[in-house]
Every structure is written in C-alpha cells, then in structure tokens.
Design a protein around this ligand. Structure first.
Ligand code: MG
Length: 126
C-alpha cells in the first residue's frame, strides 16, 4: 500500500505505517533509510501480564517510536516521536527527548508521516 492509503485512518499507528511505507519506496534515493526502524516502547497492552513482560525485557515508557541510526550534522542519530494529528506528548516522552538531546542525538516530534518524511530528508541531505 502507498503511504497516503496507509495514513487514511489518521491514528498514530497509521501515520507510522505510512512513514515506513514511504521509507521502503525511497531506499533507492536515500539508502540510509535502511537504518530507519521502529522501537517497541511502552503502550497500553490491555494486559498487566503482557505489560510486565515487556517491561522486564527492557521496554520503556517515553522512548521515541522511531530511530534513524545515521550520524549527521553533529548528531549521533535522530529519534522521532510519532503522534496522531491531535496527539500530545507525555511527560516521559519529553524527558526522554531532553535526555537524548543532552547525549548528542536529534529528537523531534512529528504529527504526520509527511512531516517525519520532510525532517528525515532534511536531516539526511543537509
Ligand atoms: Mg508516539
């Protein structure tokens, strides 16, 4: 499916799927997109058992959704927190962003796959 089709639902999940669809289609132009990946972070699993299993294996609240493992412009890599258009950052997400910035990483919050796409292109090409 094309990114535009995947994004139709408008959820954060839809936007993130659209971003990765775009990335798959754009690897010829930007080979570094091979190093773009999603991070499993804490979300509502609907089950305390599943939640505690995730936590035990190192899954953490506040960790960004996506990481581009490519150093550019003085940054070690770029974290992207994805949100639906009306999403809000949690306290933990803001703290995570501050901490990774302190360590020399880029961190951005994007409210659509297009905005994430534009930031990635800008990051890779400047
Ligand atoms: Mg998110």
């Amino acid at each position: 499916l094309k990114p535009e089709q995947l994004a139709k639902g408008g959820s954060e999940y839809n936007e993130q799927c659209a971003l990765f669809s775009w990335a798959a289609l754009s690897k010829q132009i930007y080979p570094q997109l091979e190093l773009l990946f999603a991070i499993k972070n804490e979300e509502k699993s609907g089950s305390a058992i599943v939640g505690s299993r995730f936590k035990a294996s190192g899954v953490k609240r506040g960790v960004a959704d996506v990481f581009l493992s490519v150093p550019r412009n003085g940054y070690h890599g770029l974290y992207i927190e994805m949100k639906a258009s009306k999403g809000k950052l949690s306290k933990e997400q803001i703290i995570f962003g501050d901490k990774v910035r302190e360590q020399g990483y880029g961190w951005v919050c994007c409210y659509s796959w297009e905005s994430a796409k534009n930031i990635i292109i800008q990051y890779l090409t400047s």
